[in-house]
Structure formats: C-alpha cells, structure tokens
Design a protein around this ligand. Structure first.
Ligand SMILES: [Zn+2]
Length: 214
C-alpha cells in the first residue's frame, strides 16, 4: 500500500523538465512519476514517449487536452497509461482520465460531461488514487478570470465514490493541496513553470508542493 511518487503536470513540450525531474526523484528518493497530461504542446505525440523515457523511471500518465489524439499510444510505449482504466499499483487501486471538458480554446482532446461521466464510471472505487488532467468542478479549477471551469461529472463521481486522493492539473494558475469531505486533492502546478508535487502513500497520504530545479 505504500509508494512515493513525483507528480508532474503540464509539461507543454519543455524538454528540460525531464532532467529537472530526475534531480527531484534522486533528491527525495522517489519510486515513480505520475504525469497528469499536456505532455506535448499540441504535439508532436512522439514527444510523450521521448519525455517519459527521459524520466528514466516508471511513469503512470494520462494525456491532456493539448495532447493530440494518438498521444496515448506513445505514452504506452514508454510508460503506463491510466486513461479510462483502473489497475492495482503498489497494492492500491488507481485509475484515471485524460483530456478535459469543453474549453473555449477548442483543443484536441475535449469530451462532453456525459462522456466524462461514462468513462469515469467503471474507473471509480472508494479509497483509490484518481489521476485526472482536468480538475473536478470546485477544486483547483479557478482560472485567472475567477471562473470555475472543472468537470461537473468528475465532481459528482468523486462525491459518490470518495477516492483517497485526486490529482489534477490543467489549470496552471490554481496550484495547491487541500482536503475536502475526506478526499485529498493536489494540483502540482505546471512543470513548464518549474512546479511539481510529491505524493507519499503508506497508511496515510502526504501531498507536498515542490519546485523543479532549473
Ligand atoms: Zn490542459
């Protein structure tokens, strides 16, 4: 049931992030990387494979809304995709969903709330680690303009099912750690802006915000 992970999101095709991440992995003796999507910046999808290989360790990932369709295939060549699946990792159930709900930017990987609800259904389990690109509505989903843009379907699924931890990215400007109604949440911030997070699981959960070295 235990594991210690580096959590990265929103790399947006910055190659330097991999070497900075390797430094943090070493410094904190972490076992693996959890990558929350927007690995590429509207492509190329091959970058996801190169980046994950460059991390040099086990990587669990979902694609983001700025990752073109097909990126998941490249994730799978170098790491493990958690998109729309659940699996046992280090003795605990993990599951995930990439992409986002509709944005005003019309990005490559967007889904309706109905689709998000349908895909999350079979993934959810109480006490799990839920790995999302797009935040749930109301938690780390506030844009610069103050609007909440997270997924209502994800919020409902979390409310119903009570995961142990929910990791999300996507909203670069709403970084943090919080616990609400018995669920822990973290948005590690955008790796391209030198932000990362650490998740330590044993009997309990510890979520810590970190800075990526330059
Ligand atoms: Zn995004």
């Amino acid at each position: 049931m235990s594991g210690r992970y580096l959590v990265l999101s929103d790399v947006h095709r910055r190659e330097w992030v991999a070497s900075a991440a390797r430094e943090l992995l070493k410094e904190h003796s972490l076992d693996a990387v959890v990558l929350l999507g927007d690995i590429t910046h509207f492509g190329p999808p091959q970058f996801a494979e190169e980046f994950i290989r460059d991390l040099g360790t086990t990587c669990y990932a979902v694609p983001g809304n700025c990752d073109p369709l097909g990126t998941e295939d490249y994730i799978k060549r170098a790491g493990t995709s958690l998109h729309g699946v659940k699996m046992t990792i280090d003795g605990r159930t993990w599951g995930g969903l990439g992409g986002s709900n509709p944005t005003i930017f019309n990005t490559p990987f967007e889904m309706t709330e109905e689709e998000i609800s349908r895909l999350l259904g079979p993934v959810m389990e109480p006490g799990m680690v839920l790995v999302l690109h797009n935040p749930a509505r109301g938690t780390f989903d506030t844009t610069f303009s103050g609007r909440h843009v997270g997924s209502t379907a994800a919020a409902q699924a979390i409310e119903r099912c009570k995961p142990l931890v929910v990791l999300s990215g996507h909203i670069h400007e709403d970084r943090g750690v919080t616990d609400k109604n018995g669920v822990w949440y973290m948005n590690p911030g955008a790796a391209k802006d030198h932000y990362a997070g650490m998740m330590e699981l044993d009997g309990s959960v510890r979520l810590t915000l970190l800075d990526l070295p330059s």
